[in-house]
Design a protein around this ligand. Sequence first.
Ligand code: ZN
Length: 469
Amino acid sequence: VSRTVRHIVRGMRSREAQPATGPAAKGADLRYMRELNHRLVLNSVREQGPIARVDIARHVGLSRTAVSNLIEILLREGLVYEGMPRSAAPSGGRRAILVHFKADAGYVVGVDMGRSHLTMLLTDLAARRVAHTSGAFDVDQGPAVGLPLVIHEVRRFLERHAVTWDQVVGVGMGMPGPMDARLHRTVAPPRMPGWDGVDVRGALRRELGVPVFIDNDANLGALGESRYGAGVGVRDLIYVKIGSGIGGGLVMGGELYRGSAGSAGEIGHVSVREDGPLCDCGNRGCLEAMASAPVIVDDARRALDPKSPLAARADLDVADVVRAALEGDCACREAIQRAGEHIGVVLAGLLNVINPSLILLDGAVARAGDILLDPIRRTVGARSFSVASAHTQIRSGSLGADAIALGGVALVIDAAFRASERATAGTRGMSPPGDPPRPGAVPAPAGALPAGGALASPGVGASGAGPPA
Ligand SMILES: [Zn+2]
């Protein structure tokens, strides 16, 4: 197992070291094409497998000989194995030997570092859950205490499940606050004193010794739901997490949209009311200051019937309010509905601009289900163009508290297996010079490939959105 993991990690590191602007030298073309074909075949097995060699050849547009050579390499690398399909009943006649992805050849760790919780998920290489744990965490203690604690907890988590670091392909972690995705650093996160610009990724890499990827938690929630949850198969979606803050993530064209600096999707800090209450970010009237969990709790508390058992509770939290709303408490229902209307106003604007087909609501407040969703649907319907809203579904996420950690897992799996950023949209198998071109095969381009190819590069998460177009 660890030999295969070493191989995967070496590939991730060498791809990261490569400049993203085309092959450095002429001689690099051939190596690049071989690597690309290797990944196309592997991804065909990951996504369509178990699959016969002949079907792989048809799918990637390479000759059967070329595919067979690549399968031999993948067998040696321990990334695939051959055998009968698990469900095959012997029914006489020859059955094709199928190529299977060896998902248990290594592990991936997904981490969700929240303001008040730390959730960790251990999966195989197909993002199938192996182990899970969640506990309290306090982001207010700052990085000097918080970071060593995260590292300690991740190590203990693996030890408890008898997994060693040489079996781990990488760690993907979500954390709150706006993020410079290129630097993997938070930038001036509100309500996170001490965390501004801290090199979280570098610290984790040094201590854990495996590839580490960091992103904004709501971005990873969007990615997780898009690959493994309610957003599977959806190209354009908006993910909104409503908890102690309001975070958002955008998936466009099947990929996480990060914007030019990586901070895209901060839906919680869109202004709803110009002269509204002061927000932690310094702006006034942000959605977060009008509709996040603490606002809902305050709102409900003010309107509670004095005879309600909740009225006396000093430690009333949003879970209590949601529960009471579901049991029919009017004050709690109305507090959640008012928040839903504010959220709907912002989403209506986004709908007109982005035109997604799905909006997913997540987080503690989303547990209220239709009590939250109905006012959002109503407001969105009333305030956006019908051409946009008629084609947009508004629902809850399906991964619950695991969405962000699973998004972290998706980051690692992408880095390990997807075709490089340079691969173009719809690129099929490439024939090395000298090999006769196959139907569907695209000849190697002379120079750098067109930008933006990552949007539709072949390969979606293992249990992801089905075959590429
Ligand atoms: Zn704000």
